[in-house]
Structures are given as C-alpha cells and as structure tokens.
Design a binder for this molecule. Structure first.
Ligand code: ATP
Length: 134
C-alpha cells in the first residue's frame, strides 16, 4: 500500500484484519507512526524513488495499490517506478478523468475511484433498503 491517507489506511487496515501481509509506505513520519501498530510493516519513504522501492523489496510483491490522490505528480511517478520494477498488478487511485487516463497510459493495470465507487454502491444500498420498507 502506498499512501496512508484516509483511503489507503482503511484499505491497508482491512487487508491486515483479513489476515493478509501488508507492507505500507508513506513519506509522512506522522502517518507512519500512527499506523505502525495496526499494519505489519510500515515504512517512511518517498515512493516516487524507484531505487528506494527496490531496496524495500517491492520487486517481489505481486500487487501494489497506489492510494496517493491529491498529488497527481507523485501518483504518476510512483506508478512509473512500479512499472520499472515489473510489478505484475499495479492498482492506482485517480481523482479525475484526466488523472485516470495518465495512470492507465503509464501502465496502471487498474484505476480506482474510491469516492465514485462508494457513492454508487451506497445509492444501490439506499434504493434496495427503501424498497424493503415500501
Ligand atoms: P485521502 O483522501 O485518502 O485522505 P488525501 O488526498 O487527503 O488522501 P494524499 O495527498 O492523496 O491525501 O496523500 C495520501 C497519503 O499519501 C498521505 O499520507 C501522503 O503522505 C502520502 N504520499 C503522498 N505522496 C507520497 C510519496 N511520494 N511517497 C509516499 N507517500 C506519499
């Protein structure tokens, strides 16, 4: 998991609760400290640096989720570094249609829109619950 903001930290915590081994990376020391007791391995690093990712052993990881949202530059450079490392499954979060296009064109295998996907799921849930009471 790269980026322990609200989305990345909840996803990493849920995967850990489901018994998966999670390696999380964030450049912010406060985030690293906050999550270190809940997630197996949390490391402070700049994920745009391919060599740093290699040293952290990411070349052997099967799937990486890039949960950085606000900085398109950091998100795209991180995906590029992961492509260079040959990660088989790179899933990356986008915050706009343009961001999504760039992520796909640099090699992300799947683009995520957590806010839009959650909104859509909730709309279906609300409608199904509403019908239950009609
Ligand atoms: P959320 O909505 O999930 O809370 P956000 O949009 O508020 O996220 P972002 O700027 O997307 O915040 O950053 C999410 C996390 O990614 C932050 O904890 C930030 O420190 C981390 N992050 C940003 N750039 C990098 C980077 N180059 N390397 C590692 N971590 C990074």
């Amino acid at each position: 998991m790269i980026g322990l903001g609200r989305f990345g930290s909840h996803l990493a915590e849920s995967l850990a609760a489901l018994g998966r081994e999670v390696l999380a990376i964030d450049r912010d020391a406060q985030q690293v400290q906050k999550w270190s007791s809940m997630i197996d391995q949390v490391t402070q690093a700049d994920a745009t640096d391919e060599e740093v990712l290699r040293q952290l052993g990411l070349s052997d990881v099967q799937r990486v989720v890039v949960a950085i949202g606000a900085s398109v530059e950091a998100s795209v450079l991180t995906v590029l570094a992961l492509v260079e490392l040959g990660i088989p499954q790179i899933w990356a979060r986008a915050t706009s249609g343009q961001h999504a296009k760039i992520l796909s064109s640099v090699g992300a295998h799947r683009v995520l829109f957590p806010e839009a996907e959650t909104g859509e799921r909730l709309a279906h849930l609300i409608i199904s619950r509403t019908l239950d009471f009609v």
